[in-house]
Design a protein around this ligand. Structure first.
Ligand code: APR
Length: 227
């Protein structure tokens, strides 16, 4: 079975109603991302950070997968597929994909603020101050903040190295180490990029599909299922 590796970013969930980061001047729903997505922000004002992620979680739970998420799941009929996503939503899983690596964590789980390896599922949308892990420390969202390690990056790089076909959907490639993953894909495999506003990409062998995810992904999947 051929291996397809798909790297996704915020753009794939835009048509599910979840805002991207860099299409809105670096502000996200009025917040400067550094004010809420860093360890310093958590030390300075944990209530604000908790509230911010509670709102994000609520939006995620209210959103549904779109045609692009569903189409990528269809690829599993014929291919060994791994999705590597920078997104903290669970729309790939709800769209039916079985093999998803969350580089930046997943908002539907909580994490110990002492040990990032201790995580729990969250019931509903709200994580409250005072809810603690088994070590007695406050629970926070299971997401990777700016300045924190990206524990899944090595596994993601290894998987990219196994790709027979590579697809990139809806990422500005502005954030490392995720953006560097494209360089682990073998040079001679077909590589596709789907984005309505294709970012600068430091590799010139991508097949460019300038379209929104729901318009660009399903036809590509249909073509790959016929090959
Ligand atoms: N379909 C496909 N792509 C789209 C769509 C759409 N409907 N709408 C916008 N895009 C594209 C934009 O053109 C842009 O290239 O999606 C990309 C979104 O880029 P970013 O907002 O920078 O999102 P992303 O690349 O996922 O950000 C990476 O940055 O803030 C951190 O941790 C956060 O995981 C995130 C990381």
């Amino acid at each position: 079975m051929k291996k397809i590796v798909v790297l996704t970013g915020a753009g794939i969930s835009a048509e599910s109603g979840l805002k991207t980061f860099r299409d809105s001047d670096g502000l996200w729903e009025g917040y400067n991302i550094e004010e809420v997505a860093t360890p310093e922000a958590w030390r300075r004002n944990p209530e604000l950070v908790q509230e911010f992620y509670n709102m994000r979680r609520k939006s995620v739970l209210e959103a549904s997968p779109n045609a692009a998420h569903y189409a990528l799941a269809e690829l599993e009929k014929k291919y060994d597929v791994t999705i590597i996503t920078q997104n903290i939503d669970d729309l790939h899983e709800r769209g039916g994909s079985d093999n998803v690596i969350h580089l930046h964590g997943i908002i539907t789980r909580s994490q110990s603020s002492k040990n990032p390896n201790i995580t729990y599922p969250i019931e509903g949308w709200e994580l409250k101050m005072g809810e603690k892990c088994e070590l007695g420390s406050q629970l926070r969202a299971h997401v990777v903040w700016f300045g924190e390690a990206v524990p899944m990056i090595e596994e993601a790089a290894r998987v990219c190295g196994q790709a027979d076909i590579f697809i990139l959907v809806g990422s500005s490639l502005a954030v490392y180490p995720a953006a560097g993953l494209i360089h682990y894909v073998p040079y001679d495999v077909p590589k596709y990029i789907i984005d309505p506003n294709i970012p600068y990409i430091s590799s010139d062998d991508f097949i460019r599909i300038e379209a929104k995810a729901t318009a660009g992904v399903p036809p590509l999947v249909a073509k790959l299922l016929k090959e």
